[in-house]
Design a protein around this ligand. Structure first.
Ligand SMILES: C[S@@+](CC[C@H](N)C(=O)[O-])C[C@H]1O[C@@H](n2cnc3c(N)ncnc32)[C@H](O)[C@@H]1O
Length: 202
């Protein structure tokens, strides 16, 4: 594993026990909206402590991956709360061990703020999702407001050091650079928090 990747992984291992107290950014209504109608084979990247598990419907197979074993330990304890079939694997989003075209849908929530090399991770997602499949994300990113964007740039070194998360990622540009196509974009909390529907085909 590369050095910056190890650093971020260690940060998530460190905060795993307090993560649920810290994490109030994602509303449960947003999770419900993106997860409750899914079908088929689902991959959730960066599952963290498994906050999404209770919103998956019955009869879907969910494979959840994360590179932090400590976050995964907590996620494992939430599996009984879910109606879905969930299996968890310790894996780096940037180097996944799945064959091409394996999943109908890929889910991420507040993950691409912390993936060390986001474009590499997005390319991997493009590889493992079926050509007719889709990617659904709830992600926070740099504000489109110039002043707020600058404030996020200034605070970014502190948030990365403290939590492993960047607050100024240019996720829309990263999607484009990874060869993904943005189908729908919805602002949930100004332009900082967005719901994205993405196609693997340009
Ligand atoms: C802010 S947490 C979000 C957790 C969860 N998705 C949620 O909605 O609560 C980000 C998670 O992404 C994981 N992560 C970041 N980069 C990763 C990578 N390259 N491979 C696997 N997991 C990664 C971290 O370990 C952490 O658990």
């Amino acid at each position: 594993m590369k050095k910056p990747t190890n650093k971020i992984k260690e940060r998530y291992n460190r905060i795993s026990k307090v993560y649920n107290i810290m994490d109030h950014m994602i509303r449960s209504s947003w999770r419900k909206e993106i997860l409750s109608d899914l079908k088929g084979e689902i991959l959730e990247v960066g599952v963290g402590t498994g906050a999404s598990f209770e919103y998956y419907p019955m009869k879907v197979n969910v494979t959840g991956i994360d590179f932090s074993p400590k976050m995964l330990d907590i996620a494992q304890s939430k599996i009984p709360k879910s109606k879905a079939e969930i299996k968890l694997l310790e894996m780096d989003i940037e180097q996944m061990n799945f064959p091409d075209n394996s999943f109908d849908t890929v889910i991420s929530s507040c993950v691409f703020c912390s993936v060390p090399n986001p474009i590499e991770g997005l390319k991997e997602i493009r590889r493992v999702v079926k050509p007719e499949g889709k990617i659904i994300m709830l992600e926070h990113m740099r504000s489109e407001n110039a002043v707020v964007g600058k404030i996020l740039d200034l605070t970014n070194p502190f948030t990365v050091r403290l939590t492993g998360a960047n607050v100024n990622r240019e996720t829309i540009k990263n999607l484009e650079a990874a060869g993904l196509k943005l189908i729908k974009e919805e602002y949930l909390m100004t332009s900082i928090m967005r719901k994205l529907i993405i196609s693997p085909n340009k």
